[in-house]
Design a protein around this ligand. Structure first.
Ligand code: NAD
Length: 262
């Protein structure tokens, strides 16, 4: 019988090139980020993550540490505060002994209508969904250059490809992230730093459960080519591949994990 999601099997790929790699994940405390932290730790990587959700972050560290080759490290950091981002990233680089992989995962998809957007809300939305991706990359690039290369994965979204309602600022940011990826990939390619976008469809996380009724979820599944709900582990499977040396000739592109949602 065909497996509907990778969560249904414990046969996951192992990437020798990820063992001992130094990884920073933003927004790693919950949702997809939690799945990413878990997946990199399971590969034997040295993982650090930042979040504003301290209790969830510490609970994740406590859960993963007993079986980890390297216990994950978490730091509180509000990524909309660039001074804090800079200081925490410097601290994490020192704790990890360098940085090989950055996953720009943190974001926030609060809904809003056009008439309610003020200049202050515009700034706040762009800061939580776009600005930190650039400055996190800027913070780790020197360490990646010293290491002889690296991989940066920026989280986009299928939302703007579909043109969903009540998400104009979020979708503006997510569209810009694909441009950010292509620009960084061009500027950093000769340094052997690869940059790609992950474009998730609707992933079943606790936060998404807040937005969707069972009927709404059924509508999404009906619009997908594949049956079943996408899990954080399915997204992590793509991220691990693109972060690994197996993807050494992949850069500057957008990789969808959306079950064929159209
Ligand atoms: N879940 C989906 O269906 C879906 C679909 C498309 C794209 N995405 C993208 O995937 C990424 C992860 O989404 P998710 O569904 O796991 O979201 P989530 O809200 O469940 O988790 C995001 C994490 O980022 C953290 N965070 C938010 N603002 C922060 C800040 N200012 N500083 C530090 N940490 C902060 C949150 O505390 C949380 O732990 C996001 O970039 C999102 O836009 C998700």
């Amino acid at each position: 019988m065909l497996q509907k999601t990778s969560a249904a099997t414990d046969m996951v790929a192992r990437y020798p090139s990820l063992i001992d790699k130094r990884v920073i994940v933003t927004g790693g405390g919950s949702g997809i980020g939690e799945g990413l932290v878990e997946a990199f730790v399971a590969q034997g990587a040295r993982v650090a993550f930042v979040d504003i959700a301290e209790d969830a972050a510490q609970a994740l560290v406590d859960r993963l540490t007993p079986d980890a080759r390297h216990a994950p490290i978490q730091r509180h950091c509000d990524l909309t505060n660039l001074d804090s981002l800079k200081a925490v990233f410097a601290d994490l680089e020192a704790a990890l002994g360098g940085v090989d992989i950055l996953v720009n995962n943190a974001g926030n998809d609060d809904r809003h209508s056009i008439e309610d957007v003020t200049p202050a809300y515009w700034d706040e939305r762009l800061n939580v969904n776009l600005r930190h991706q650039f400055f996190a990359a800027q913070a780790v690039i020197p360490a990646m250059k010293r290491a002889g290369g690296g991989a940066i994965l920026n989280f986009g979204s299928i939302s703007w490809h579909l043109g969903l309602n009540d998400l104009v600022l979020y979708q503006t940011c997510k569209a810009a992230i694909e441009g950010l990826t292509r620009s960084l990939a061009r500027d950093l390619g000769r340094e052997n730093i690869r940059v790609n976008t992950i474009v998730p469809g609707n992933v079943q996380t606790p936060r998404q459960e807040k937005w969707y009724t069972p009927e709404g979820e059924a509508e999404i599944v009906a619009a997908q080519c594949l049956d079943g709900r996408i899990q954080p582990s399915d997204v992590a499977a793509l991220v691990l591949f693109l972060a690994s040396d197996d993807a050494k000739m992949c850069t500057g592109h957008d990789y969808f994990i959306d079950a064929g949602w159209r």
